[in-house]
Structure formats: C-alpha cells, structure tokens
Design a protein around this ligand. Structure first.
Ligand SMILES: Nc1ncnc2c1ncn2[C@@H]1O[C@H](COP(=O)(O)OP(=O)(O)OP(=O)(O)O)[C@@H](O)[C@H]1O
Length: 457
C-alpha cells in the first residue's frame, strides 16, 4: 500500500470576504433585495488538516462547500487555490455526496473508472488505478457488482473510491454518513480516518460538511461553526488531540457540550458561552445583530413536549442530555429550543435549558390556559405573528392576501424559506387562535379582533 508524504501547514484554499446571494430566486417584490445566504466568510484550509463545517440547517454549509469547490461563484469576495484566484471547478478536488450519486447501470469498477475517463487517463491505467482504489476502500471482490446489489455502506464506499481514484489534493464530503445507519456510518468513518492518518490516500486536506456534532469532534482537527440568517462563521474550535477523541474522554464531552451550547444559543455572543477553562477554542468572530427574527419550524406540540420534559426534571436540564433523552440530533433539537427561547418560555444557560416562570406555568397548564399563555407570548415576542395580527387589524375587512406577508418575508429570506416562514406563522397563529388562513384562496383573517388587540401594535 502506498504511503503518501505530505507537506503540512501550507494554505491550500482560502475564502476571502466571500458573500453569496442566490439572485435568481424566483419572484420578488419590487425594491426588495434577495437574501444574503453567506456573508463575509474568511476561511483558510491548510495542508494536513481535516476541517468540519458544522451549523444548523440553512446556515449555508453546502453553499460554502460548493463555493470552495468552484461549483458556485461568490457574489462578492474571492476563493484562492494556492494563492491563485479560482475560476470554475477546481480540478484538484473530489466531492463525496450524501446521496452516493452512482450510475445504476454501471458496475462498481465502471463507476470508479468514470473519474479517470474524464481526465483522459489511458484505459489500462484507468483499470489498474481503479482496482487499487476499490481495494483500498475495502470493496475487493465487488468490482463487477451493480449498485443495486450493494448495501448503503458499500455504495458510499464506491463513492469514496471514485473520489480518491483521481488522487485529489482536496477531498470534500457533504454529509457523507447521514444516509447510513449508525453502525455502518461508524465503521466507514473509522476506516476513512485510518486511511487518512496512515497517509494511505494522497489527499492533502479534507473538508466535511456535517450537522452531526459527534462526527465533527471525532474526525476534525478544526471545527468551523456557522450561524444562520445570514450564514456566517460564528467560531472556529480546534479539534481534540487524537487520544482524546473517545466519547468516554472528559475533554470530548466538554467539547461536544460547548458546541451544543453554541448551536443552541444562536443569538448569544460567543465569548459569553465559553467556559472558564476552555477546551480548545482558538478564535472567535463577534456575533452580528440579527436583521429579522426567523421562526423556527416546529410544531407547538414539540415545544410543549420539550418544556414538559424539562419541567419534570426540575425546570432545568443539560441540552446534550435532552437531545439524548429525546433521541434527537442537534439539528432537530435546535429549532425546539429556539422556539422556547423566542417565546420566552426558557433560556439557555451554560449548556442547560432553564424554564422561565411563564415557561413553568405553560408546562403545567391545561389545554385552554396553555393556548392563552401561548397567544400572549407569541404576540409579545414573535415578530412575524405580531406583524400579521397588526396588519389584519388595520384592514376594515380584517383579511389580507398571503402576498402581503410574503413580500415582507422575501426581503429577508429566500423564496422557499419565505414560504416556510409563512407556513410556520400560520401553524402558530392558528394554534393561538389569533388568525385563520384559507388555503384555497390564500387569505388570512383575524380570528378574534378584540383578543388580539393588546400588544400587536
Ligand atoms: N440554488 C439555490 N437557489 C436559491 N436559494 C438556495 C439555493 N441553494 C440553497 N439556497 C438557500 O440558501 C440557504 C443555505 O442553504 P444550504 O443548503 O447551503 O444550507 P445548509 O447549511 O447546507 O443546510 P442543510 O443542512 O439543510 O443542507 C437556504 O436558505 C437555501 O434555501
């Protein structure tokens, strides 16, 4: 097996003041700007390191990966590969996708050979190198199998073999393990790390997009945590030394806890989240003011369930523990915690979720009182809900078409996210009995003008 030497420390790839706006994003109200997906991203990828890009859904992780790969052009700023501005797809990198992206009518060998065919490598060399890559990635004996004959884990191995056969300087991975079951993912992760650490692949740096904190802490030498709306780098955290990357290690738990705390407190300044004795943070970016409050996409039932669980544990519980109890990834827990925060039902403190007085009352309330508390809290704290009620109150008919609210939302969000925001607002508003929504006509109607009267100005 080949061992590849690697010069570490050189800057391979660099993003300088990168901003991304998807400007062909459908209809938009006149005078409004398309939302900024990524803002002022400055990031360097050094030779010899494994970098994880971690962040909540919609923070622009995949967009950033595509920009770094040259698949997308930045709206502002530039990407440099070895100090040279990059235009078009970078030929020195390969990407492994979550969805495997194999051709079902080609065998394993043919799928792997494809990468080399594009580089016009002669057929005999193509086969030799592809068989070697298949062997390295543990698929020896399956060269002639078709993707449908393989398990998910084996298909992703083909994805890795196809990426590695071209001997890329940079390997990019976009959620490579999230379509696999837990054991298969753990196995593949371990083997990939083995190949990387023993220099059995030519790759000089790896960048992985993930929403899984454990994946990031187990694998990466540096963890870049993104925040959303607009996507920005919130903090970079140095990875743990190899011998500490065990779930039983104290520093491992501390690092996972810290990242949990950061991700579940999207509006809190990073320095205030850092513990006295910091595990390994090496740099932080100040939190930027949020331009518009985004409603987290959760049902009220989920928020109620979360609050009741915390109430049953004495009104305070560790967020990481809560995620485990509810068997939720941070990506699924985060919107619930965010909703509880926005509505004033709970606060995040030092990695714990702590119920407020009104949160405790809500957790104990029966259905009717629960609705009443929710209505008042939503009017007081959820900007979008308050705006909908306020605008409906100003209309004589107490009705308004959905376009009225969509145009406001499209000033701050992409078209699809604006729709998702409106859908969430409808769910919350209906639950609170503040307004109704007629789907066929796309019309909002004020539910109880006199109840909604207080607080919506
Ligand atoms: N081609 C596109 N056109 C318009 N908007 C887009 C496009 N691709 C992504 N977006 C928007 O950009 C934002 C960031 O998306 P992106 O997929 O990069 O985030 P992410 O952090 O990888 O999210 P996830 O974890 O859910 O995949 C989202 O609001 C998304 O709707």
């Amino acid at each position: 097996m080949t061992n590849f030497d690697m010069q570490t420390g050189d800057v391979l790839l660099e993003a300088r003041h990168v901003k991304k706006v998807y400007d062909k994003d459908g209809k938009r109200a006149r005078g409004t700007n398309p939302p900024v997906v990524l803002d002022d991203i400055n990031l360097r990828i050094y030779a010899g390191e494994f970098v994880a890009l971690l962040g909540p859904s919609g923070s622009g992780k995949s967009t950033l990966l595509r920009l770094l790969a040259g698949l997308l052009r930045p709206t502002e700023g530039e990407i440099l590969f070895k100090d040279v501005p990059q235009y078009g797809t970078n030929p020195h990198l390969s990407i492994v996708f979550q969805s495997f992206a194999l051709f079902p009518w080609l065998t394993v060998l043919q799928n792997v050979e494809l990468g080399l065919a594009a580089q016009e490598v002669p057929p005999t060399q193509r086969m030799r190198r592809s068989l070697a890559a298949i062997d390295t990635i543990g698929l020896d004996g399956f060269e002639d199998a078709y993707p449908k004959e393989l398990s998910g884990g084996m298909r992703q191995r083909v994805g890795f073999a196809r990426a590695l056969v071209v001997e890329p300087e940079l390997l990019f991975m976009d959620e490579p393990f999230s379509a696999l079951d837990v054991l298969t993912a753990a196995n593949l992760r371990k083997e990939l790390l083995g190949l990387w650490r023993e220099r059995k692949m030519p790759t000089r740096a790896i960048v992985m997009v993930t929403h899984n904190i454990d994946d990031a802490v187990l694998m990466a030498d540096r963890i870049v945590v993104l925040g959303a709306n607009p996507g920005q780098i919130r903090v970079e955290i140095a990875g743990l030394p190899l011998h500490q990357r065990e779930s039983t290690n104290e520093n491992y738990t501390k690092t996972v806890d810290l990242i949990y705390r950061i991700m579940t407190s999207p509006h809190v300044d990073i320095p205030t989240l850092m513990p006295q004795e910091q595990p390994h943070p090496n740099k932080h970016a100040p939190a930027k003011p949020r331009p518009y409050q985004a409603l987290p996409h959760v049902s009220i039932g989920d928020v109620t369930g979360l609050l009741e669980l915390v109430h049953s544990k004495g009104d305070r519980d560790d967020l990481y523990q809560l995620g485990r109890d509810l068997q939720l990834e941070v990506d699924d827990l985060l919107p619930m915690v965010d909703a509880a925060n926005i509505l004033g039902f709970a606060e995040t403190q030092e990695g714990d979720l702590v119920l407020t007085e009104i949160g405790k009352r809500f957790a104990e309330a029966g259905v009717l009182e629960e609705k009443e508390i929710f209505r008042l809290q939503a009017l007081a704290h959820a900007t979008m809900i308050r705006h909908i009620v306020r605008d409906l109150q100003h209309e004589l008919s107490h009705t308004l078409p959905e376009e009225h609210f969509l145009s406001e939302l499209q000033e701050h969000f992409s078209e699809s996210e604006a729709w998702s925001q409106l859908e969430t607002a409808i769910n919350w508003g209906r639950y609170a009995e503040l307004f109704s929504y007629q789907e066929e006509r796309g019309v909002f109607r004020l539910e109880e003008p006199e109840t909604a009267n207080h607080g919506a100005a």
